[in-house]
Structures are given as structure tokens and as C-alpha cells.
Design a protein around this ligand. Structure first.
Ligand code: HEC
Ligand code: HEC
Ligand code: HEC
Ligand code: HEC
Ligand code: HEC
Length: 180
């Protein structure tokens, strides 16, 4: 009798851990950021016609903040001074905006956690500029960031993934263009 109880408890524990682990393993990487910056709010939120809001929905373009994507290797994360152009006066009652203002007042930058990177050890040369100039949309390589409240890694930047698109678009797949 007792051994049956022990076995059924063990089975229950096993089932619960499998469910738990599949939830964790299946989820894309989504680091918590030092300020709860919301991409959807800044790029896609529509103005609410019924609300008498003095701060309109920003409806910014990706390039308004990631200014260097079409000019250089890095898209770059904007400086807090960019945020403070608006938040000096907008939504100053929100706790997350107050955290932001405190960081800016100390002339520091938020320690944003990286979402995408290529391991240094793989010795890969990647540059945004030719991709943006060739009209490859940000979403192809980063997923629907404009709909995200917190950025998560939805696209797996593997070598096979790079090469598949280069083949499709008749771009070189010579080892030396990516491994210099
Ligand atoms: C108001 C400025 C702003 C706008 C507009 C903006 N971003 Fe961002 N973006 C940020 C900031 C700040 C971070 C760093 C914090 C974070 O990851 O949320 C970031 C992070 C990212 C990252 C993750 C970078 C990494 O760590 O690997 C991607 C990808 C990204 N943005 C893509 C986009 C795309 C695509 C758009 C347009 C749909 C866009 N962003 C519009 C400010 C902005
Ligand atoms: C062809 C695929 C591709 C496209 C298109 C692309 N990215 Fe990226 N992005 C990457 C890869 C790969 C990385 C990681 C690079 C690394 O580790 O050096 C990255 C990194 C980033 C980062 C963090 C590092 C940095 O460069 O500042 C940001 C922010 C970013 N991308 C934003 C954007 C935005 C905004 C767009 C559209 C304007 C865009 N990306 C278009 C592939 C792409
Ligand atoms: C063009 C003006 C503008 C810029 C630039 C801007 N924001 Fe905002 N931000 C707004 C507005 C407007 C809202 C409120 C939107 C709403 O609630 O509908 C907002 C909301 C916020 C909130 C509050 C969310 C909440 O409700 O608690 C945070 C945090 C924030 N922004 C951070 C940032 C950061 C970080 C940057 C720079 C990377 C930035 N903003 C750049 C206009 C801007
Ligand atoms: C969705 C399609 C797509 C993906 C994914 C993609 N690329 Fe590209 N890549 C292109 C296009 C299009 C060009 C531009 C060719 C041109 O300028 O005519 C390009 C150009 C390049 C160049 C410049 C080539 C030169 O002639 O100097 C490099 C380097 C490069 N890609 C590396 C990468 C790496 C590394 C990855 C993966 C992390 C990647 N690409 C993923 C489409 C893609
Ligand atoms: C279009 C870009 C591209 C081309 C072309 C390319 N690679 Fe890669 N390669 C990558 C990327 C991106 C990674 C890193 C993938 C990751 O971190 O998952 C990588 C990783 C590797 C690694 C693993 C390195 C490590 O330490 O993880 C080797 C080995 C490699 N490539 C060899 C080659 C060879 C050999 C060729 C030519 C036949 C080639 N690559 C062509 C983009 C490319």
C-alpha cells in the first residue's frame, strides 16, 4: 500500500516538473530591463480619441531612436538625453519615468540588458548598414518589436539562418564575408 503512495507521489512530481520545464525551455529569452521601456507604447499605440490626454501617443519610427542602423555596423541604443527630450515634461508622474530622470540627472545611462548578440568566439562580422540599405525590415531579423511591451529574442541568429537568406537574395555566402 505505502509503496503505491510513494510511487504515485513521484509520478505526480515528475509530471509537474515536465510541465514546468517545457514552459521555461520553450520561452524566448526576455531579460528584465532597468527601466520598463515599452516599444509598443512608443511606436504603435494609437491616439485615444475619447481621452483628453496632453501627452499624445509618440508613434515613433525605429530609426528615430536606433539612428545608426542605416549608417553603420551597429543600430545603437539611444542615449537617455533622447528620452529626456520628451520626458523632461511628459509623464513625469510615472515611477518608471522618475527612475529614468534620476539616471539622467546623474549623467549616467540605464544598464540595458542585451537581447541579441553573436558570440565573440564565433568571430563573425555583422553589419546593419547593407541590410537596411537593401530594404531588409527590422522585423525579419528581430520579430515584431513594435508590438512588444518588453523585447524578447524571437529570431535565432544562427549561421544557417544568415546563409539561407543570402542564398535566397543571391548575396555572397563566401566564408570570408562573415568571418574576416
Ligand atoms: C523611443 C526610442 C525607441 C524606439 C522608437 C525604438 N526603440 Fe528599440 N530600443 C530602445 C531602447 C531604449 C532599447 C533597450 C532597452 C530594451 O531592450 O527595451 C531598445 C532595444 C531594442 C532591441 C534589442 C537590442 C538588443 O539588446 O539586442 C531591438 C531589436 C530593438 N530595440 C528594435 C527596435 C525596432 C525594430 C523598433 C521599431 C519598431 C524600435 N526598436 C524602436 C529604444 C527605442
Ligand atoms: C539582417 C538581419 C538584421 C536586420 C535587418 C536588423 N538587425 Fe538588428 N541585429 C542583427 C544582429 C545579427 C544583431 C546582433 C549583432 C552583434 O552581436 O553584433 C543585431 C543587433 C541589434 C541591436 C543591438 C546592437 C546594436 O547594433 O546596437 C539593435 C538595437 C538592433 N539590432 C536594432 C535593429 C533595428 C532598429 C533594425 C531596423 C532598422 C535592425 N536591427 C535590423 C540583425 C539584424
Ligand atoms: C517623442 C516623445 C518620447 C520619447 C522620445 C520617449 N518617450 Fe517615453 N513616453 C512618451 C509618452 C507620450 C508616453 C506616454 C504614452 C501613454 O501612456 O500613452 C511615454 C511613456 C513612457 C514610460 C511610462 C510607461 C508607464 O506608463 O509607466 C516610460 C518608462 C518611458 N516612456 C520611457 C522612455 C525611454 C526609456 C525613452 C528613451 C529610450 C523614451 N521613453 C522616449 C513619449 C516619449
Ligand atoms: C533576410 C535576409 C538576410 C539575412 C537574414 C542576413 N542577411 Fe546579410 N545580407 C542580406 C542582403 C540583402 C545584403 C546586401 C547585399 C548588397 O548590399 O547588395 C546582405 C549583406 C551582408 C554583408 C555585406 C556583404 C558585402 O558584400 O560586404 C554581410 C557581412 C552580411 N550580410 C552578413 C550577415 C550575417 C552575419 C548574417 C546573420 C547574422 C546575415 N547577413 C543575415 C540579406 C540577409
Ligand atoms: C552569411 C554569414 C555567414 C557565412 C557566409 C558563414 N558563416 Fe559561419 N557563422 C556565421 C554566424 C552568424 C555564426 C555564429 C552562429 C551562432 O553563434 O550560433 C557562425 C559560426 C561559425 C562557426 C562556429 C564558430 C564557433 O565557435 O561557434 C564555424 C566553424 C563557422 N561559422 C564556419 C564557417 C565556414 C567554414 C563558412 C564558409 C563555408 C562560413 N562559416 C560561412 C555566419 C556565417
Amino acid at each position: 500500500m505505502r509503496s503505491w503512495k510513494v510511487i504515485s507521489v513521484l509520478i505526480a512530481v515528475a509530471i509537474v516538473s515536465v510541465i514546468f520545464l517545457s514552459g521555461v525551455i520553450g520561452k524566448p529569452y526576455e531579460p528584465v530591463q532597468p527601466i520598463a521601456f515599452d516599444h509598443w507604447l512608443h511606436t504603435s499605440k494609437q491616439p485615444d480619441p475619447n481621452q483628453s490626454d496632453t501627452d499624445p501617443a509618440p508613434q515613433l519610427k525605429c530609426e528615430d531612436c536606433h539612428e545608426h542602423a542605416d549608417k553603420s555596423r551597429y543600430a545603437t541604443i539611444p542615449n537617455v538625453s533622447k528620452c529626456m527630450q520628451c520626458h523632461e515634461t511628459m509623464k513625469t508622474d510615472r515611477p518608471e519615468v522618475q527612475k529614468l530622470a534620476a539616471i539622467a540627472a546623474r549623467s549616467e545611462q540605464p544598464a540595458w540588458a542585451r537581447v541579441y548578440w553573436i558570440d565573440k568566439s564565433a568571430d563573425v562580422f555583422f553589419t546593419h548598414k547593407p541590410h537596411i540599405r537593401a530594404g531588409v525590415d527590422c522585423a525579419v531579423c528581430h520579430g515584431p518589436v513594435d508590438q512588444m511591451h518588453r523585447v524578447r529574442r524571437e529570431v535565432d541568429h544562427s549561421m544557417g539562418w544568415c546563409i539561407e537568406c543570402h542564398r535566397q537574395k543571391k548575396v555572397s555566402v563566401d566564408c570570408s564575408i562573415c568571418h574576416r
